[in-house]
Ligand binder design. Sequence first.
Ligand code: ADP
Ligand code: MG
Length: 371
Amino acid sequence: MTSPISGIRQLEDLGDVSGKRVLVRCDLDVPIANGMIVDDFRIRACVPTLQWLVAHGALVTVCGHIGRPGGKVVPELSMAPVRERLEALVPGIEVRENLRFDPREEANDPAFVAELIDGFDYYVNEVFGVSHRKHASIVGPPQFLPSAAGRNVFREVEVIGSILDQPTLPFIAVVGGAKVSDKIGVLRALAQRADLVLIGGAMALTFLASGHELGDSMVETSHLAEARELLNAFPNLVLPEDLLVEDANGKVETRGLDLAPGERAFDIGPRTAITYSDHIAQSATVFWNGPMGRFEDERFASGTLGIAAAMAKSTTNSARTIVGGGDSAAAVAHFGLTNEMFHVSTGGGASLKLIEQGDLPGLEALRSANG
Ligand code: ADP
Ligand code: MG
């Protein structure tokens, strides 16, 4: 399989942008409360691309969305605070109003695309997190304008693409999170490529439920057969050997794999955390999606912390450690380990879709702009 990065241009490949009008679709979907930006990490993330364009003489217009206004004007989701912040960081750029105030953005309406690109010479996609959606501002402009990926998009696709296309071995995948049903496609894609897939989180319980009594734990009974089928198809799936359990009186204990009624597993057990960490220590590539337990509750954070710490250590041994998924990235940030990873993806859903499908509509559009 070729990497999804092949055929995608970078900013340098656009040619001379001096005096040219460039439309940049950015990730501006920041949390806003009472007209104030709560966290500006996404705004800061698009600055290098914008600075490069401005420094090379381009006339830059930025567009993006905030929240889910549902195709109508919602004043609380106005771009005004983001515009103010972005214009302070990169003077001289123009920032458009929330694209999703118009229903034609999400409907990918050709007339909206025509309005968007009117007067522009180039298009840049700097919104990896939405590139799995066929929205007008993602898939439209590359049909008409020479186009490139922004710095973040290029890095995301290059790094995640390296998992799909000849990862350095041994390659260990770690998959957890709430539901098997969310992750079937990702599990299959990873199981086909990784030496081992270490399974944790509530998802592990649905796998374990075939041979064990799991008390009142969260098991997706409608997916038991599918979990069994995956276990048969992929002998490289690894399940927990112990669990961290809350009993009916709220007491937390380490247990084996058979629980009594009223008991619920909320994390992998300490032996499992050690086994998984040992595998991670041996690896050259690690991809992790999905917390090992209910890490938001301190009593059940140790499994997730164990994986994050093992990955951080592997990074220093020059393993390529990659984290994808919204809650997984939040967990790593919560433990203060974001900078200890080779790469933490900004696009939760998009990174999983890219692994599952090997490509994204926004990337296909960029590639065919160059065809
Ligand atoms: P991501 O966003 O990284 O893809 P998910 O959305 O799949 O991850 O899952 C994250 C959620 O799963 C977290 O909120 C966590 O509390 C929950 N979770 C993980 N393990 C368990 C468990 N054993 N019981 C209940 N919730 C769990
Ligand atoms: Mg999630």
